[in-house]
Design a protein around this ligand. Sequence first.
Ligand code: NCD
Ligand code: ZN
Length: 347
Amino acid sequence: MPAQVNSVTIPRPDDWHLHFRDGQVMESVVRYTARQFARAIVMPNLSPPVTTAAAADSYRQRILAAVPKGEQFTPLMTAYLTDNSDAEDLVSGHADGIFTAAKLYPAGATTGSADGVTDIGKIYPLLEAMQKAGMPLCIHGEVTDDDVDIFDREAVFIERTMSKLVSDFPALKIIFEHITTDDAVQFVLGGPETLAATVTPQHLHINRNAMLVGGIRPHAYCLPVAKREKHRLALRKAATSGSPKFFLGTDSAPHERGAKESSCGCAGIFGAPFALESYITVFDEEDALENFEGFAARHGPAFYGLPVNAGSITLKRGKAVVPGAIQAAGSEIVPFHAGETLGWELA
Ligand code: NCD
Ligand code: ZN
């Protein structure tokens, strides 16, 4: 039996998908990410959404102003694509280092997606421009058709949209975000090198029972919604396999308690505060601690064509006690794993 590994040191990791919001909420939550991550891909689904380079640049300044003194953290900004996005602004924003990527929300798929793309055919010229410019595309991969069951929306998106997109744009880097199904795992594994996926901590830890057994648990509800156990197992296998096609993206999505505990609760799980502790627990349970570094710190930068971060962080076996709620903007946000104790902590 090899000796038990009690601590893991990796280059400073990145979060390749999260929501900071804006204003006071953003000012209260940025610190949880900056404590652990060197960079993060920041989602643009504010209201109004971040559609222009000018708006992204000013949002970036507001985030930087909220980073606690002494922390080194770089927000990587994304452009919210609409039917009317300006290709020139997009591509020049990318060339100027304001936009790292663009985000495709099918209109109506999730929180803050009302201004998203109504028909992917409408943005083919934009995608051509992005492909030419080497600008990556992040995708919320769910169809919104009324006739499709919510648990099938990701798998149907692969059939109806994603397959064609990947073959129509062979040089476009595509990130299939927050995947939740074995179908998506297989699609990404079978796809070209230009296709990768992010995986959230919640989809590695919970299946749909966590949301629905013994009462409705709104804090386990996010989009794409958690699926059956076989899908969770497929995601765990993929994320911990060492394949460079899978990397860390928390999809941390803070909503104040009242907006979740409601007759029509918002989708989104606030995973940022204990993200690394949560992910490494999965790698430990899967006996794959040696692959944690790739998933958290190397595969993402390699895919985006960015350097691995300087500096390192260490996680060690211990006790990370997750509080029942976190104060933000005069209100409370319930974090993922609220009330649990995780077996790893940041040293
Ligand atoms: C996100 C949010 O709240 O902005 N919610 C979620 O459930 N993940 C939107 C998204 O990424 O789908
Ligand atoms: Zn998201």
